[in-house]
Design a protein around this ligand. Structure first.
Ligand code: FNR
Length: 183
């Protein structure tokens, strides 16, 4: 099983990016988690640029999501909203099928980020993604300066991350065709 992690923060020392790296450290055997690092390289969304073929950076985004069994987004909140870079990436996905039906877990490094989290749910559901409520998790990382190893080593934080991860794995497994359903 392959999950793609997408951080809504471009900050070098982003707590949300470290949280996704911690997910990779905590992932059970057989689950591969890669981080998408192309958010900052996407052009500003413009329907006039949404051509066939699309701009190369957009193609990479769509192919990376299409190839993943599930998506884990961890994002900060900016001014009670979704960071522009993340919304920009999501806008590039509207005209493709890459995210349709894709199981998605939502993490963030701040339990205060309720507006952005609610907004992300609304946006993703509008795009027909499969937002998995049990795969949501907020962890208090603000001001703690923890890296991925530090997050993974903290029993309370690791419990939240593992819970979200397990729920997303179960959602993906629930969607997989069984031997009997495929005949
Ligand atoms: C913020 N932050 C923030 N936090 C919040 O709970 N509600 C908000 O509206 C905002 N607004 C906001 C605007 C701007 C411009 C910045 C720079 C920050 C705080 C921010 O979400 C928090 O520091 C995140 O934890 C940063 O995430 P990364 O970059 O560490 O992943």
């Amino acid at each position: 099983m392959k999950f793609l992690g997408v951080s809504g923060s471009l900050r070098h020392a982003s707590s949300n990016t470290e949280l996704l790296r911690a997910v990779a450290l905590l992932a059970p055997r057989g689950l591969r988690i890669t981080l998408f690092d192309g958010l900052g390289g996407l052009p500003h969304f413009n329907p006039d640029l949404d051509t066939d073929p699309p701009p190369p950076a957009v193609r990479v985004l769509r192919e990376s999501i299409a190839a993943a069994d599930g998506l884990l987004i961890s994002s900060p909140e900016y001014a009670h909203g979704v960071p522009g870079v993340l919304k920009n990436a999501l806008d590039w996905l509207v005209s493709s099928v890459a995210i349709v039906g894709k199981p998605i877990g939502l993490l963030n490094g701040s339990p205060r980020a309720v507006h952005a989290q609610a907004s992300l749910v609304e946006i993703l559901r509008t795009m027909s993604a499969d937002v998995v409520p049990a795969a949501h998790g907020s962890v208090p990382l603000l001001g703690r300066n923890l890296d991925a190893a530090g997050i993974a080593a903290d029993p309370e934080l690791a419990k939240v991350v593992r819970g979200a991860l397990t729920a997303l794995v179960e959602a993906v497994q629930g969607r997989a065709p069984t031997a009997s359903s495929t005949g």
